[in-house]
Design a binder for this molecule. Sequence first.
Ligand code: ZN
Ligand code: ZN
Length: 261
Amino acid sequence: MRFIDSHSHLADAVFDEDRDAVIKRAAAAGAAAVVCIGASLVDAARARELAAQYPLLRWTAGIHPQEAGTFNAESDIPALEALLDDGAVGIGECGLDFHYDNAPRARQHEAFEAQLVVAAERDLPVIVHTREAEADTAIMIDRAARDGVVGVLHCYTGTLGLAQRALGYGWYVSFSGIITFRNWTDLELLRAIPDDRLLVESDAPYLAPVPNRGKRNEPALVVHTIEKLAEIRDVSPAILAERTGENAERLFRFTSKGVAT
Ligand SMILES: [Zn+2]
Ligand SMILES: [Zn+2]
């Protein structure tokens, strides 16, 4: 099967020992591309470096809500823009996380809003992380969509309502290995996302799908998530992989960013 891992953290130090092997295994499993997410400015610079080294990788730049505690718009936004100038395919991950609450909520709002403004100005897609922050996320997405911003709700575990709201604005929804866990029960959500708005992701090194649950995750393991999602949606894994790959290419505009495909 041919697939795209739309969200992985391959710049994470946990891959420093064997990143080459991880990327080789991704390609061998059928990955046509892996989007390497920049979750902070430092992380994004590292993702940029890796993408220059490995043709399989695309990269993004953003400030994760858990990194928003020290957010300073005056210095961080110009630094983010400088990274984006170097060929990032999207802004993120950014968003709101009221589960961990690692950063004050006001600061999370400020960082997310500032990144949505940059996305509108630059016509770049956003990768949105939302956890236990649905009402606030909905308000932010409403406003961004009015400015023409399109994006993806990544590693989505929220309500069908918020997903449909985002879909109404032309957004995408991405599922991770969480959907293979035994305690995942929301099959309606997995069936409700239209074929042309569905993405898959590893979110590696986190959230390895069954049968690797609890171990370090890597992009090659997305095949388990694809197989599970295909079973629930009653399509062949190969077709689901192909469609979600096309969706990722469309959202991140791989071809129009001057990046080889
Ligand atoms: Zn996330
Ligand atoms: Zn992530």
